[in-house]
Write a protein of this length. Structure first.
Length: 320
């Protein structure tokens, strides 16, 4: 029996675990056994406070985990298959089922994160792993002196395009608008990089090849008959994220895109369940906002658990 179970091992979940463990709540964090936090695939974070030279996503998450574990956070790698209400000794609790067992807690904090969005065009699934990728850090080194295409215009797409120029002969950014959505400093760097070119107002219609990717066909968003084929040895897709919230459908209120609807205190539509990080409905998905969400969710979960246990603030005011 745990005080709180945290589902998801990214920055939001680890921050929540740090706060709950430091508050002396018995806490278990369950992170996916097969799908790592997306931040671990990011080569360099330049906008996380305290690291002026930047830090790799994997290293930052490792630091979060080490710090949380020092305060007693228990962690396990498994995949959650279901969550349901149960009653133990007259108290409503939450029961979480994974591939290896069943775990109970007074409260849940969901920080399940997101996954990469797909283009859903011909050739994408067929060439995934054979020229189509969603992770520049993972696959970039395989494309030395290659002609690459990056699809997307946000921070992730542009940052990863810049990273890919370390290996590629050329990188073409395909974006459906006439200017990048990325922050100004990244847009300036991309524009100044002689290896990076742009296809504006364009969308991918097909990815083609034989044993591997050979070309990308694009059309103009303003004139669909204006079609163009770009030779390419690899396609990296960064067109947004989709929330990993399927198992919460029918339990929690989700928006039309599947993101969890959470209040300012990170509480959800169901008592005892809090949500934080990229899986919730919000305007900005960054590591720093995920950490803030995680701290907020932990604080709210602590208050909820103390109420269940009949504790008052004065019982806890001398905590270290």
């Amino acid at each position: 029996m745990y005080d709180v179970i945290i589902i998801g091992g990214g920055p939001a979940g680890l921050t929540a675990g740090l706060y709950t463990s430091r508050s002396k709540l018995k806490s278990l964090l369950i992170s996916s056994a097969f799908v790592p936090s997306m931040i671990t695939t990011t080569d360099l974070l330049e906008n996380y406070p305290g690291f002026p030279e930047g830090i790799g996503g994997f290293e930052l998450v490792e630091r979060f985990a080490d710090q949380a574990k020092r305060f007693g956070l228990e962690t396990m790698h498994d995949d959650v298959s279901s969550m349901e209400r149960a009653t133990v000794e007259g108290v409503d609790i939450w029961r979480v089922t994974t591939g290896s067992g069943v775990y109970d807690a007074y409260a849940l904090i969901i920080s399940s994160g997101t996954d990469y969005a797909h283009l859903n065009v011909p050739g994408e699934s067929e060439f995934t792993g054979r020229g189509v990728s969603y992770c520049a850090t993972c696959d970039g080194p395989f494309y030395k002196d290659a002609r690459l295409v990056v699809v997307g215009g946000g921070d992730t797409a542009v940052q990863e395009a810049i990273y890919l120029t370390r290996f590629a002969r050329s990188v073409t950014i395909i974006h459906r608008r006439d200017r990048l959505r990325a922050t100004a400093i990244l847009a300036e760097r991309a524009g100044a990089n002689e290896k990076i070119g742009f296809e504006w107002n364009a969308v991918v219609r097909e990815i083609s090849g034989d044993d591997a990717v050979k070309a990308v066909t694009i059309t103009n968003v303003n004139n669909p008959e204006d079609e163009k084929t770009i030779p390419a040895d690899g396609v990296f897709i960064f067109t947004g994220n989709i929330p990993k919230t399927d198992i919460f459908k029918g339990i929690l209120d989700l928006d039309e895109k599947g993101f969890i609807i959470a209040k300012m205190d990170m509480s959800t539509s169901v008592d005892g369940v809090f949500a934080c990080g990229d899986c919730i409905q919000k305007s900005l998905r960054q590591v720093v906002t995920a950490c803030g969400d995680g701290a907020n969710a932990a604080n709210s979960a602590e208050g909820y658990i103390n109420t269940i246990k009949g504790r008052t603030y004065t019982d806890w005011e001398n905590r270290s």
